[in-house]
Design a protein around this ligand. Sequence first.
Ligand code: CTP
Length: 398
Amino acid sequence: MRGKHVILGVTGGIAAYKSAELVRRLTERGAEVQVVMTAAAREFITATTFQALSGRTVRESLWDPAAEGAMGHIELARWADLVLVAPASADFLARLTHGRADDLLATLCLATAAPIVLAPAMNQQMWQNAATQANVAMLKSRGVRLLGPASGDQACGEVGPGRMLEAVEIADLVEPMLAVPGPLTGKRVLITAGPTRECIDPVRFISNRSSGKMGYAVAQAMRAAGAEVVLVSGPVSLCAPTGVQRISVESAAQMFEVVQQQLPGTDVFVATAAVADYRPLEIAPVKIKKRNEQLTVEMTRTTDILASVAARTDRPFVVGFAAETNNVEQHALEKLLRKNLDMIAANEVSTCKAFDCEDNALLVLSRGGARVELPQAPKRELATALVALIADRLKSKV
Ligand code: CTP
């Protein structure tokens, strides 16, 4: 959203407290945010809060002599790449439906050529009222987009539809609306992520420390680059990135199965999962009792999902990950060749730099000899850089 101009309209509703966070979520993604408040919004939150968060003076009045040529609404209407009203009250929906021009926000909505997006927030009865629903239908027919509302507990104590979406959900939904076509638009990307769990008996399993954060960051970056993304994920405590199809699995065998099913039509396969290399040969049908001093669990190799994809004749562009404790480059290069990969992203895990933490550093090696070091950075940034490298390689293949 870098450099994109978003007008954030705030109308009168208790959900206006979430709008403050929304300013942060939009600005951290690069958008310039101009807040426009209605008179009713001022009953719930102050302009000072928005001013501090957006770095811009909040606009409130249609009659602001300081605005350019005293035509603030026209100037703002032209400046906007997107007008987002969150929260959008029942009254605002009604005013917009009727094309009222009785305050700055309603007027600039009439005057703008930019897309208008609303995140409604109101009491569930007000939302379900026939008048509101008729207004919503009319607005949709004119191309206005609505985000939510969500259902659940309301500030008024009632339960039902009418809650404003969370700030991060709104930012996730708005981001692609402002995005220019990305380098991977039209490409399908399949990603494995997280750990696997290999059962020993009905209550025990063998797993590893992978949090899935790197894989989820890659999925998000691929989506941001315009790709259609399918994420095959082991058990993690992360939410699926918006716009990404997640398929949850537990064991290496299940992950292998799902990857095989999802592979047709895939342009890029990225294996970030920390797949168990071995699984118990047999899963005890009942809980193993502690009878002996020692217990031996016999293990057998799992199928290497990455190598199996790379071995196909109709293979996509294949990217592997390597977690190494020593001789990172040497081991990664050996893996790149042995598994017949197009690219490998290696990281050192000896100092626990990569597993279950926010930052990472990667050494990216490609078939043909290219070598790129991506220094220590948040996983989200690294993922974006890695996706850019993948997109470059794909382009040069075409
Ligand atoms: N991988 C996979 N299926 C497996 C094991 C690994 O798809 N059954 C993938 C991982 O997702 C990763 C890459 O293979 O992209 C490297 O995994 P790693 O465990 O580091 O390497 P191995 O080839 O298993 O070698 P070793 O454990 O001996 O280092």
